[in-house]
Write a new protein. Sequence first.
Length: 258
Amino acid sequence: QYSPDNVAGADGNTDPTEITFPGCSCLTRSCVPHVCPCLSRGENYSGLCLRPADEEEGYARPVFECNSLCRCGDSCQNRVVQRGLQFRLEVFKTEKKGWGLRTLEFIAKGRFVCEYAGEVVGFTEARRRIQAQTPKDPNYVLAVREHLHSGGVMETFVDPTYTGNVGRFLNHSCQPNLFMVPVRVDSMVPKLALFAAADIAAGEELCYDYSGRFHNLSQTNREQTAAEEEKRLRKPCYCGSRSCASFLPWDSSLFSTP
């Protein structure tokens, strides 16, 4: 079932459509950084493009867009991901990777491309679903871990297997042209937004790094070393890049082992 937005998963612990953030009271056409509470951490976008992370900070700032309770208008510059798809994309059959997704028009670096949307589930449900799969089944469950200033880790699990959008057709690449950023609009449940890492030509396949390492400046390699029996379960990578790791990323906290 197609859904452009996240929906509540089977465990029912989180409702991604619930509005919990207060809106800003800005009456200007576009909100101003450090004046608008939604932009208290600085400007998110330059035009329609995501502002690059500050290399001196060593980490990506959280992105909060103005929400449905904000008094600013729809033309506010701090509303990008919530507007949804702006490019013509096409699902197509690849030679070795099954279905894939490509763009039918040029996409400039920094532009929002699409969201990875599906059922938002908890850790227990995500692990149950993955352990119920066979090695031949496609795995769509995406685990996103955000490191908090307090030292904690916030986890979000999205599964578009039964309900989702075009993001489910994105393949992995060790040298991707997209990178993922959690963007919050109405609540702490993020939209998993994919932005162009470089200029992308019409007809080019869209892909991102499933491990999350790409474009995360200070993130260490969280992919745990796989035991020999785990390696037999890992799926080969067919991205064809010069830096190809030969296998798709592995997260042993979710996958069962023999």
